[in-house]
Design a protein around this ligand. Sequence first.
Ligand code: NAI
Length: 343
Amino acid sequence: MKITFFDTKDYDRAAFTKYDGRDGLEFKFYETKLCEDTVELAKNSDVVCVFVNDDLNSAVIEKLHAFGIKLIALRCAGYNNVDLAAAYGKIHVARVPAYSPYAVAEHAMALLLCSVRRIHKAYNRTKDFNFSLNGLTGFDLYGKTVGVIGTGKIGKAFIDICKGFGMNILAYDKYPAPMDHVRYTELDELFRESDIISLHCPLTSETAHMIDQESIARMKKGVIIINTSRGALINSEDLLNGIKERKIGAACLDVYEEESDLFFEDFSGHIVNDDTLARLITMPNVIVTSHQAFLTEEALSNIAEVTVKNILDYFGSNVLENEVCYHCGLLENCKKKRKERCF
Ligand code: NAI
């Protein structure tokens, strides 16, 4: 079984190498992302193993199918970068639904604490022996209201952390799952009442640009927005305008809608052409990390373990427990519910 990996870095290879050569698995690692220009590299493989910014559009999928690729093994939970409708009936798609919700939830809280206690500024100051406190005044999280959008695995882990800080919790989810000390509400109320808003829902046609000029207008002045989910949940131009107008108090961004050509690479010493991102980064109240929330040893090890299991399940003719298709969640008569493959 030949598996071609795209968009790999040292830390990915370190987690996967121990499985190479075992159980008939043969790995080939590429640093380049999978897209129409690079798809030829997948020739002669059985599986492509991809990450969040590989572009599996219908043209790429057609080529992969023509090469005889049988499985797209995502090393991540989100699958918005795969044209599932194009893949259906041709190539199976499996993902790693949860590798460490704690990693992402803890990163969201790390960004929030960094922002409200100005740690990013204090760190730079004390490095320069500047011990002044001017401009570092923060605020207590205790007693503040946090609005959590998406209360799945990561949203729940984040809520648990917020409970520990003594925060009031409002939540919105398309499929609410009631929890103690959490009040589900409509989005409008969540926008109006929250001091802090944290996004933990997937990127879909329904959720794309859910944070835009219109929703920002409904928010409290000084609101802090945290996005560790997917960049396109936020209209970045509208976010920037909200910051310029002093409506948004701070933004903590681990993801960015145009991240795919930038994140995971070193552009220091280069001129970055994305003016919106460049302007956001110059703001004193914006913290950007480059899709790093998942990056813990525990998560990397779980990603490798589940990805390999998905591949072995596929070739072992087992049920593909972590398969996704464009019918998922939509069909009454879902094959996966009957413990069958999607097609
Ligand atoms: P999950 O599937 O456990 O939870 C997602 C929740 O969103 C579910 O409760 C679902 O009902 C809800 N939802 C679906 N459609 C919605 C809508 N229209 N409005 C509101 N809620 C909606 O997923 P999990 O593991 O909690 O991950 C959440 C997201 O986090 C992923 O979709 C992915 O985009 C992102 N993520 C980011 C990582 C990073 O490193 N920054 C790493 C892993 C995931």
